[in-house]
Design a protein around this ligand. Structure first.
Ligand code: ADP
Length: 483
């Protein structure tokens, strides 16, 4: 039994405020009403940003930032089962995966604490230039200002932690607008930041609709950075809306997994099933496109089809569920229609393709044309598209026919071939004998060729949320070797 709050308020300047205007949160699996979230209005955005500007004048020392982040991690660990239950219910994520997300959140916070403890920059040897002789130079990293964090539904706890943790480590007040379908995990994380001793003003949570609350927040002139994870369409809107600010975008992809002729097929099948169907394929690096060398294609396709046919779709709290439903019926209809269009275009359905409402059967389609939707766009559902290739050149061309990449996985035991893939593809990460879904939270993570793309991971995000400030000191005029 998960203890779900009947309603959630806004967190502004250390106070939880309830509102008459609310937006319902539903459980995707049952459709049942879960909770009501307050809807923030433009005045709330003003107040949250103003509180951030106020506290910026009195920076939190690094040791306090680190201690707060570590204590928050401890509290997340203390309440792990409760938080996993919230994720499971609001995002339809089976408990096994929800528990894993909670543990990742702990790591994200701990690595953010590490960044707070070690935040530093470099000295500048000014006398490398004749006019610098006699002066001392170094670079300080200063908080960029108030950060707007806009988060998606698919990892409602850990992706919120990826925005709040590094912002606090960097010394930036942060105003968070969680996904309106999954606000409960973000609110719960904010409560633990407060319990951990984060003083008022450093963190605000403004719930409500995307354009209504997120749009007002992103356009606010007092916001110095907008950190967003979500769809390419909204990312494009934010690039325009937040032109006055630094815009950090984490957008989607259609991750490929390439299987060369010498690959270990047992490992490949395990990686494809876990990477393609965990959380019903709703991750930016879910395995969406499988490329099999023609010599092993028949064998591996058969093994994979058997495994996928045996996957169990069920409620997120049911222990036997391998995956649950997708986020809502609209997403379910869209995913099934993409499968149907791909089959109409010449793809061959191996398993799945059906379902109703938010329930989408785990699906494999092979012989997928390069211009079919399952190859060219992010499906964000439990569906894998398969193609075979005769040469590595052909496989590289097929990868390039899809959208910009975050991660690509390549299975081969041949080091030279691995080296070729590492050099040949433009991607945020190339993973050899690993699924593209692999992610550890301290590693730099992100895509290429999207507008505004940066890297996520506490070290990278802290750099993005801090400005370099050059300090030059001339101890005394004419002194040649200062200090
Ligand atoms: P998804 O719902 O697939 O996770 P979206 O890109 O639609 O991806 O939403 C991600 C986040 O962006 C959510 O918090 C949503 O409320 C927010 N959002 C949606 N539209 C806008 C907008 N026009 N301006 C700012 N934020 C938005």
């Amino acid at each position: 039994m998960v203890d779900v709050p009947a309603r959630t308020g806004l967190l502004i300047d250390g106070v939880v405020e309830h509102r008459d205007r609310t937006l319902a949160v539903h459980e995707p699996w049952t459709g049942a009403h879960l909770s009501d979230q307050a809807i923030a209005d433009p005045e709330d955005v003003d107040r949250a940003v103003a509180a951030g500007h106020r506290v910026l004048r009195t920076p939190l020392p690094l040791h306090e930032r680190a201690a707060i982040l570590d204590r928050t991690a401890d509290l997340v660990l203390r309440d792990a089962e409760h938080l996993a239950g919230l994720i499971a219910l609001e995002a339809a994520k089976p408990m096994l995966a929800a528990r894993a997300e909670v543990q990742r959140c702990v790591q994200t916070l701990r690595f953010s604490a590490v960044e707070a403890r070690t935040l530093h920059d470099r000295t500048v040897p000014l006398d490398a230039h004749p006019v610098g002789v006699g002066a001392i130079g170094f670079v300080r990293r200063e908080p960029i200002g108030v950060v707007a964090a806009i988060t998606p539904f698919n990892f409602p706890l850990n992706l919120t932690a990826h925005k709040l943790g590094p912002a606090i480590a960097a010394g930036c007040p942060v105003v968070c607008k969680p996904a309106e379908r999954t606000p409960l995990s973000a609110v719960a994380l904010a409560e633990r930041f407060v319990e951990a001793g984060l003083p008022p003003g450093w963190l605000a949570v403004l719930t409500g609709g995307g354009p209504e609350v997120g749009g007002v927040l992103a356009r606010h002139p007092g916001v110095a950075a907008v950190s967003f994870t979500g769809s390419a369409a909204v990312g494009a809107i934010l690039s325009r809306d937040a032109a006055h600010a630094e815009v950090l975008l984490e957008l989607g992809s259609a991750a490929p997994l390439v299987v060369e002729a010498d690959a270990d097929l047992v490992e490949v099948v395990a990686a494809a099933v876990a990477g393609g169907f965990t959380h019903a394929g709703q991750s930016c690096v879910s395995v969406q496109r499988l490329l099999f060398h023609e010599t092993i294609a028949e064998d591996v396709t058969q093994r994979l089809t058997e495994r996928v046919a045996a996957l169990r779709v069920g409620g997120p709290l049911e222990p036997g569920s391998d995956l649950s439903c997708v986020i809502d019926a609209t997403a379910g209809d869209r995913i099934r229609s993409w499968v149907a269009r791909t089959v109409d275009a010449g793809g061959r359905l191996l398993v799945g393709g059906g379902g109703s409402g938010a329930v989408v059967e785990p699906t494999l389609v092979t012989d997928v044309p390069l211009d079919a939707p399952l190859w060219t766009d992010e499906v964000f559902g439990p569906v894998i598209a398969i193609r075979t290739f005769g040469s590595t050149d052909e496989a590289i061309a097929a990868v390039d026919a899809g959208p910009p990449l975050i991660h690509i996985g390549v299975f081969t035991r041949d080091l030279a071939l691995a080296g070729r893939w590492i050099g040949a593809v433009r991607a945020g990460g190339v993973l050899i004998n690993e699924s593209p879904t692999f992610r550890v939270d301290h590693a730099p993570y992100g895509g290429v060729d999207h507008p505004g793309t940066t890297r996520e991971g506490p070290a990278s995000t802290v750099r993005a949320l801090t400005d370099e400030k050059l300090v030059v000191i001339r101890p005394s005029a004419g002194r040649a070797d200062p200090w």
